[in-house]
Design a protein around this ligand. Structure first.
Ligand SMILES: Nc1ncnc2c1ncn2[C@@H]1O[C@H](COP(=O)(O)OP(=O)(O)OP(=O)(O)O)[C@@H](O)[C@H]1O
Ligand SMILES: [Mg+2]
Length: 207
């Protein structure tokens, strides 16, 4: 299963989610972002005495496609793309089994989602297929209950669906990452059960 965490907008939590998912699922990561956030996080992980994750950094689109073409079907992989539009990022969206798009539940974020939907629409038309992205509410206030802004938007945009799992803003997510660890490596935490729920939902969707 190829899971791509993508949004053409920056700073929505793509790398953070890709990191915690990869640790929880014990999968390698393809880091397509020139910022190399996860390569850096992996160095922190090693410095803290933990076994590094396998992070692959293809240099060209050709190298990336070749890697994916030869990827064994039974093995999972997470792709973290940069927060911009590029041919490489578009290729990642097209080859994935599921595209997860983290989104913050704020009216001001909706323009970014429209833009990303346009990209998916273009890809769908070009490939003559219905490309989909699953919107994942991320970094929401733990007390938020009303998500009608995003629910209404997703209803209107045919290439999007809304994931049931919601990832709140939690210190565990960024603090663990700063130590190069994943929330599922904790004994017990709300963040750990949220990531587990997310993985279960991803598996059900891809089935
Ligand atoms: N659920 C969350 N709880 C707490 N902090 C979060 C959460 N999600 C994201 N953040 C924080 O938001 C910031 C942006 O996250 P991240 O770097 O993962 O975004 P990104 O989409 O990968 O950005 P870019 O497009 O620049 O690569 C980081 O400081 C991260 O720790
Ligand atoms: Mg990132």
């Amino acid at each position: 299963m190829i899971i791509t965490v993508a949004h053409s907008k920056g700073g929505v939590g793509k790398s953070l989610l890709a990191w915690h998912l990869a640790i929880a699922m014990k999968t390698p990561i393809i880091d397509l972002d020139f910022q190399k956030t996860l390569v850096y996080t992996n160095k922190l992980r090693e410095a803290c005495g933990h076994k590094k994750l396998d992070i692959i950094q293809p240099e060209t689109q050709h190298e990336f496609i070749e890697l994916i073409d030869n990827w064994p079907e039974e093995k999972n992989i997470i792709i973290d793309v940069g927060g911009f539009d590029s041919n490489l990022n578009r290729a990642a969206i097209l080859i994935s089994d599921i595209v997860i798009t983290p989104a913050v539940d704020r009216v001001t974020e909706m323009a970014g989602l429209y833009k990303f939907h346009q990209i998916i629409e273009e890809l769908s038309e070009k490939m003559k297929t219905d490309v989909k992205a699953s919107i994942l509410l991320n970094d929401v206030s733990p007390s938020s209950k009303d998500f009608t802004v995003i629910e209404d938007l997703v209803d209107k945009l045919k290439h999007f669906d809304l994931m049931e799992t919601i990832i709140p803003h939690r210190a565990d997510y960024y603090k663990l990452m700063e130590e190069g660890r994943g929330v599922t490596e904790l004994e017990n935490s709300k963040a750990k059960s949220e990531i587990k729920k997310l993985i279960k939902e991803i598996k059900e969707k891809v089935k």
